[in-house]
Design a binder for this molecule. Structure first.
Ligand code: SAH
Length: 213
């Protein structure tokens, strides 16, 4: 099967699973996921599952990538912060749906690999940063939306503070096995918090996340 038809099939799988944002589905269909997985897992690149990418980390399940992106409700003009670059696949999807992506990864080796994969497909509107993303990225704040692709014990305060009024933070919250995907909207006097679904992510490690093991 060609990559093109595997991409179309993945889109159909996500549509059957209930995802409805056409722009997000178009972005998934237009993005080669095989470029973001290790060569030995290439034949599983279009499965709707998370896969290991080395250093104990994973590329997220396409359904979860699409769902989290849908929850950001992007219309094309936004500046979006991603915490947890990992393979770079989520950043590739975001880059097609907003004005600019700033993506932060704590492991330099993964950040470099992701940058190489993304330069192959020519995503020019992504800034790569290495550091502790639990502190956000103050130099580029405020953001229209923030997406965190690793699970935190609680909502990291610096991230909420770097959101524009009305902006959304999409983040998995919880322990190893029980996590909830939540959408936090910055509003006065109080942010609103909505639970979306159960999920399972690797740990967000940093000052406003989990301590290193
Ligand atoms: N979005 C990724 C999924 C990556 S898995 C993709 O599409 O492939 C989560 C990533 O978060 C891992 O690479 C991990 O190293 C990174 N991470 C964990 N804690 C972090 C922190 N405090 N700041 C930045 N990245 C972090």
């Amino acid at each position: 099967m060609t990559n093109h038809s595997r991409q179309a099939e993945l889109r159909a799988t996500l549509e059957r699973a209930g995802l409805h944002d056409r722009r997000v589905l178009d972005a998934v269909e237009a993005t080669r996921r095989d470029l973001f997985v290790p060569a030995e897992l290439e034949d599983r690149a279009y499965d709707d599952s998370a896969l290991p990418i080395g250093l104990g980390q994973t590329i997220s399940q396409p359904y979860m990538v699409a769902l989290m992106t849908q929850e950001l409700a992007l219309d094309g003009g936004e500046l979006v912060l991603e915490i947890g670059t990992g393979s770079g696949y989520q950043a590739a999807i975001l880059s097609k749906l907003c004005r600019e992506v700033v993506t932060v990864e704590r492991l330099p080796e993964l950040a470099e690999k992701a940058q190489r994969a993304l330069s192959k497909i020519g995503c020019a509107n992504i800034e790569f940063c290495v550091g502790d993303g639990t502190l956000g990225w103050p130099a580029r704040a405020p953001f229209d939306g923030i997406i965190v692709t690793a699970a935190a014990p609680k909502i990291p305060a610096p991230l909420l503070n770097q959101l524009k009024p009305g902006g959304r933070l999409v983040i998995p919250i919880g322990e190893d096995a029980i996590q909830t995907l939540v959408v936090v909207t910055r509003q006065e006097p109080q942010p609103t918090i909505r639970n979306v679904c159960g999920c399972r992510f690797v740990k967000l490690i940093g000052e406003a996340g989990w301590p290193p093991e």
